[in-house]
Design a protein around this ligand. Structure first.
Ligand SMILES: [Zn+2]
Length: 416
């Protein structure tokens, strides 16, 4: 029996030599040094790096690309909160969809094959964002798997009626439930309500948690307690966790053990966190990115994600998870080959596991979701986030991007 698609001469992160990867019926069926099997289509990777499809496990499609319509005047957190709130009041289904489509297409071209987008559900927007994003799951299923996390951004206990809206959004087809407890005057009740809904809909939980750098105590112990009490181990993902950057090594170790024991995963969002944290520091400004490499070493499932793209919370980015890897490696000072392989895992297999997907990675039996990157090693991929990429989803090539460079000087001999 011939396979559908085969890649030959691939470099795989952390393995010597060149490899073949055979795919059939949307899955990987074989990975070996050299496969003689014939395939309907064979790609010669010519030594280029093949990685699992990139995973963007925490993104806000509904708030993406707002910066062009509304540039920052002061660039403060207060402005971001206030102005995004007033922009939200004017969101329409068409407007959300047209911005979301641009990001989804960018992400597929960059190599993202799995994504979790938060979807704001509150008294202002009601179910508009859910109505806008739900059809896009199917529209883009050819290129990426999209999970929708129903998200109470504005608080719950301070916004009567929100719980009923969250319930309706879940009934419409939400995959995951979540909130930002730090904006709620009663964060503990906020967390309880989200877990109650998770039990009601038997779904995973995703909190924006312990974001900012103030002196308020960590909310993490409350989430850990609820996770264990309700048997939700392996089903809770936390985004930001910037306050972990301020813990001493010993406290971080103890915290990591607690998080790992509860089967809770953590996603760092460095593009937003670097931009938003430590705003009161007048000099020697702190970085405020969760030390996820240390958490990973202590057994926590960790990953990275883009969070916001070109809005007031993060006026930067294009939806490329590999560029976020570069940023993370620079911020956390991750310079070794081992570190870079770890960073790639945080952008692929670990990030997938963080959002509940376990059949991910380059091994037989896993999803045939891969990216061929124009680099010859993990370090080069992390260091340069190269333009050239081929995205494979369900064992089919769904996108190719190549760099075209033309020199107009006769002194330069390189073309292509
Ligand atoms: Zn977020």
């Amino acid at each position: 029996m011939s396979t559908t698609l085969k890649i030959d001469n691939a470099t795989l992160a952390g393995r010597d030599g060149y490899w073949s990867v055979a795919m059939e019926a949307g899955g990987i069926i074989d990975v070996a040094r050299h496969l003689e099997t014939t395939a309907q289509e064979t790609i010669d990777a010519e030594g280029r790096l093949v990685i699992p499809g990139l995973v963007d496990g925490h993104l806000h499609l509904d708030k993406a690309l707002l910066f062009a319509q509304h540039p920052a005047q002061t660039g403060t957190f207060q402005e971001a909160l206030q102005e995004t709130g007033s922009l939200k009041r004017r969101f329409t289904i068409d407007d959300i969809q047209s911005r979301a489509r641009q990001i989804l297409e960018n992400e597929i071209a960059f190599g993202t094959t799995l994504m979790r987008s938060h979807v704001e559900v509150d008294l202002m927007l009601k179910l508009t964002a859910m109505e806008a994003l739900l059809p896009l799951k199917q529209d883009y299923a050819w290129g990426l798997t999209l999970q929708l996390a129903v998200f109470a951004q504005e608080g719950i206990t301070n916004q009567p009626g929100t719980t009923a809206l969250l319930r309706r959004a879940m009934a419409m087809g939400g995959d995951v439930i979540g909130s930002a407890p730090y904006v709620d005057p009663n964060p503990s009740d906020n967390i309880q309500i989200i877990f109650d809904l998770a039990e009601e809909f038997d779904c995973d939980v995703d909190f924006h948690l312990d974001f900012l750098d103030d002196d308020a105590p960590l909310l993490l112990p409350i989430v850990v307690e609820e996770t264990l009490k309700r048997g939700w181990q392996g089903r809770v993902c936390l985004g930001h966790m910037t306050k972990l950057a301020g813990l001493t090594p010993q406290t971080l170790k103890e915290t990591a053990a607690m998080v790992s024991n509860a089967g809770i995963s953590v996603l760092a969002l460095p593009a937003t966190d670097l931009y938003m944290m430590a705003r009161k520091d007048t000099h020697n400004v702190r970085r405020g990115v969760a030390p996820i490499h240390q958490l990973m070493n202590h057994g926590v499932i960790t990953g990275i994600a883009t969070n916001n793209v070109q809005n007031l919370f993060t006026p930067f980015g294009d939806g490329d998870v590999l560029k976020i890897c570069t940023l993370l490696a620079q911020t956390l000072q991750l310079g070794t080959v081992k570190n870079h392989i770890q960073c790639l895992a945080m952008a692929t297999t670990q990030a997938a596991q963080a959002i509940g997907v376990t059949n991910y990675g380059i091994a037989p039996g896993n999803a045939a979701d891969l990216v061929i990157v124009d680099a010859t090693s993990a370090s080069e991929a992390i260091g340069t986030a190269p333009v050239g990429r081929t995205t494979i989803k369900h064992g089919k090539i769904v996108s190719t991007t190549q760099m075209q460079r033309t020199f107009l000087s006769p002194e330069v001999s390189i073309k292509g």
